[in-house]
Design a protein around this ligand. Structure first.
Ligand code: FPP
Length: 225
């Protein structure tokens, strides 16, 4: 079975650049190129939802010039890729708190989400200024405001950024680190985890197929026998 929802922690852009004696910004640039490759590959494999961790709530601790570089890449991505995303019937959703981003980026993101909102072939979630704990606090606050005192698991899920989407079947992390880094804590309760040593810019369509094949060999029991 092809996993319906795959989430990826795209790690290793900096190391990829350092290994080649290039500035870190080149690693991020290559990382964005690879995002496009993997979105197309995932759609081609029959995956329906892809969630990519692009910027965490902790990434603000990085040097200002690196953050500015990431902003430029986001601007460029939205300008250059919106047409293709829409043409490929991809619905874009952003997971995270956009209020901290420069106004022009927030406006472009909102417009891109609106333009692609009716697309049904594939869903691309990009996590930007995302942190799973922050997402849960936001959900609890919203539930409390609505007077919900006895939430079920379904209620909590419906208040998350991923509302309405099934949980990830497969979580992939590139560049070898064995941690979750505050990503989708609620949603990955039963996800299969696959870690590869490949750095994100080197993670190819073939590597995605290998991860899916590994997933297909797992026996998912969801706590049962
Ligand atoms: C991890 O590599 C990567 C990131 C923190 C950023 C990923 C962001 C993008 C690919 C661009 C986002 C762009 C768009 C269009 C949404 P790292 O820098 O942590 O690598 P390192 O661990 O080797 O230093």
């Amino acid at each position: 079975m092809i996993p319906g929802h795959v989430a990826i922690i795209m790690d290793g852009n900096g190391r990829w650049a350092e290994k080649k004696s290039l500035p870190r910004a080149c690693g991020h640039k290559q990382g964005v190129r690879n995002m496009k490759e993997i979105v197309n590959a995932a759609s081609g494999l029959g995956i329906k939802i892809l969630t990519l961790y692009a910027f965490s709530t902790e990434n603000w601790k990085r040097p200002q010039n690196e953050i500015e570089g990431l902003f430029s890449l986001i601007r460029q991505f939205l300008k250059e890729e919106l047409g293709e995303l829409n043409g490929s019937e991809i619905k874009l959703r952003i997971l995270g708190d956009l209020s901290k981003f420069p106004k022009d980026i927030t406006a472009d993101i909102e417009s891109a989400c609106e333009i692609t909102s009716q697309n049904t072939k594939f869903e691309l979630n990009i996590a930007l200024n995302y942190g799973a704990r922050q997402e849960l606090i936001r959900a609890f606050e919203a539930m409390s405001k609505q007077g919900i005192k006895e939430p079920t698991e379904e209620t909590v899920s419906s208040f998350l950024y991923t509302s309405g989407q099934p949980d990830p079947d497969l979580l992939i992390r590139t560049s070898g680190e064995l941690r979750i880094s505050n990503f989708l804590l609620w949603q990955i309760a039963y996800s299969e985890i696959y870690v590869t040593d490949k750095l994100w810019p080197d993670f190819t369509k073939e590597d995605l197929k290998i991860a899916v094949a590994a997933f297909q060999k797992r026996k998912r029991r969801f706590g049962g026998l």
